[in-house]
Ligand binder design. Structure first.
Ligand SMILES: *[C@@H]1O[C@H](CO)[C@@H](O)[C@H](O)[C@H]1NC(C)=O
Length: 142
C-alpha cells in the first residue's frame, strides 16, 4: 500500500448499493481534495472510465475565490507529464473562465470493488487499486 505523507488526507467511501461497497477514494492535497476526489469518482462512476484512466486524467480546480479555473500542467519528479488538453482549455475559455496552469494538485488513491466478477458469491469479488503516479508508489494487496 502506498503511504500518503502529505499533511492532508481524506477518504471517501462510495455509498453501497445492494449493501456492497463500490469503491474508496482517498487523496492528499489540502483545499483541492474535494475537487480531486470528485473528479476521480465522476470519471469512473459517471463517465465510465477505467480506474487507472480515472486517476490519470488531468484535473481542474476552482476555489471560487479567486474566480479562476486552475488546471494541471506539470511534470512530476518521476517524469510523468499531466496537462489539461488544449481543446478542454479552449472550451472553458469560450465559456468565460479565466485559466491558470498549476504545477501540482491532488494525489489520489482509488480502489474499486467489482462484485460482478464474483459470479454469485457475494463474499468474493475483484479489487482494482490505483496509486496515483503523480507521487509514485504502487498498489499492493495483502
Ligand atoms: C505548461 O507549463 C510549461 C512550463 O512551465 C509552459 O512552458 C507552458 O506554456 C504551459 N502550458 C500551458 C498550456 O499552460
Amino acid at each position: 500500500m502506498h503511504i500518503l505523507t502529505l499533511q492532508f488526507f481524506f477518504v471517501l467511501c462510495i455509498p453501497p448499493q445492494d449493501e456492497q461497497l463500490k469503491g474508496v477514494v482517498g487523496a492528499s492535497g489540502g483545499s483541492m481534495i474535494i475537487a480531486g476526489t470528485t473528479e476521480v469518482l465522476l470519471n469512473h462512476f459517471v463517465k465510465g472510465m477505467d480506474p487507472l484512466s480515472s486517476v490519470l486524467a488531468p484535473r481542474v480546480y476552482h476555489k471560487l475565490t479567486p474566480n479562476v479555473v486552475q488546471y494541471e500542467n506539470w511534470t512530476t519528479v518521476y517524469g510523468e507529464h499531466f496537462e489539461l488538453p488544449a481543446e478542454v482549455r479552449a472550451f472553458l475559455q469560450k465559456r468565460g473562465h479565466d485559466l491558470e496552469g498549476i504545477a501540482g494538485g491532488t494525489i489520489c488513491q482509488f480502489i474499486v470493488q467489482d462484485l460482478e466478477a464474483a459470479e454469485g458469491n457475494k463474499l468474493m469479488g475483484k479489487l482494482v487499486g490505483v496509486s496515483d503516479p503523480r507521487k509514485g508508489g504502487l498498489p499492493a494487496g495483502y
